[in-house]
Design a protein around this ligand. Structure first.
Ligand code: NAD
Length: 275
């Protein structure tokens, strides 16, 4: 059955791919993004391929902006059946330069070198707001359409770093742990009114955000890129399409009794101790 699916951050790599895959299944897609032209570009691609989509400008941190987006979605596509909270990301000011703090770091005055003691609260705040509030506020707006209706669900995008934090990115790891925790909380909270709430925990996917961290200009891996592949039993980065099957399952009737789960899609990364 065709559903109205709202995806935030869908002008980006992963949720753009999900939007296109869900459109192919016959669903009507609202592509929300802070960058209107990126949202329009994904929506145009869907429409040109024979699907139904609209691009909508929306800031997941501003309720007024989301209220306007919801009015547009309701007028053009109908009530929202499924919300995928995809907007998210990290900030360099919430990131350390090195994985471990060493004694000599106390005297390292190199430009741009950041230890734990240099983390900027503004960078940490940005990351927590974007990932956590950026999941909670759109849910407050769009879940109103779902209360008491059949077949409605919410899919959050957490990360494998929510299970065990990755080195260097304490703010992003903590913010995604909050998204996983909120997924369980909301699943319980909405359990009596027919709204299921689940999350994907993607592992490492090569995207514009992390390409320069993981690969060099000639395409070979950086030391961190190599470390990730060594730690991934399946020995490769994920492709955006790897998220599609689990998304279709969690948003469909086959998962009608599934709520409050966070599914790792990480080639075994979070299952592997490294030994
Ligand atoms: P991306 O940067 O390609 O997409 C994120 C999109 O969110 C962008 O289009 C951006 O414009 C939009 N956005 C940013 N701030 C916004 C705001 N305030 N309001 C609305 N939209 C906003 O990133 P991606 O790699 O496709 O990541 C998608 C999701 O998956 C994110 O939540 C990310 O944290 C998560 N994730 C990514 C990976 C990975 O390896 N790429 C791994 C685990 C989890």
């Amino acid at each position: 059955m065709s559903k109205v699916i709202v995806l935030t951050g869908a002008g980006g790599v992963l949720c753009g791919a999900l939007a296109k895959a869900l459109a192919k299944e016959g669903h009507k897609i609202a592509v929300l993004d802070l960058r209107k032209e990126a949202a329009d570009s994904v929506a145009n691609e869907i429409n040109e391929a024979g699907g139904v989509a609209i691009g909508v400008a929306a800031n997941v941190l501003e309720k007024e902006s989301l209220d306007l987006a919801k009015t547009e979605v309701n007028n053009k596509l109908g009530l929202c059946d499924i919300l995928i909270n995809g907007a998210g990301g990290n900030h360099p000011l919430g990131t350390t330069s090195n994985p471990f703090f060493e004694m000599e770091d106390l005297n390292n005055k190199a430009e741009g070198f950041k230890t734990f003691f240099d983390l900027d609260a503004k960078g940490v705040e940005f990351t927590f707001n974007l990932n956590f509030l950026g999941t909670l506020i759109p849910t407050q707006v769009f879940a109103k359409d779902m209360v008491g209706r059949k077949g409605c669900s919410i899919l959050n995008i957490s990360s494998m770093n929510a299970f065990t934090p990755l080195t260097k990115i304490p703010a992003y790891s903590g913010a995604k742990a909050a998204v996983s925790n909120f997924t369980q909380w909301l699943a319980v909270h909405f359990s009596k009114v027919g709204i299921r709430v689940n999350a994907l925990a993607p592992g490492f996917f090569l995207t514009d955000q992390n390409r320069s961290l993981l690969t060099k200009s000639d395409g070979s891996l950086t030391p961190r890129g190599n470390q990730i592949i060594d730690q991934t039993p399946m020995g490769k980065f994920g492709e955006p399409e790897d998220l599609v099957g689990t998304t279709l399952w969690l948003c469909g009737e086959g998962a009608a009794f599934v709520t409050g789960v966070v599914i790792p899609i990480d080639g075994g990364f979070s299952a592997y101790s490294g030994v």
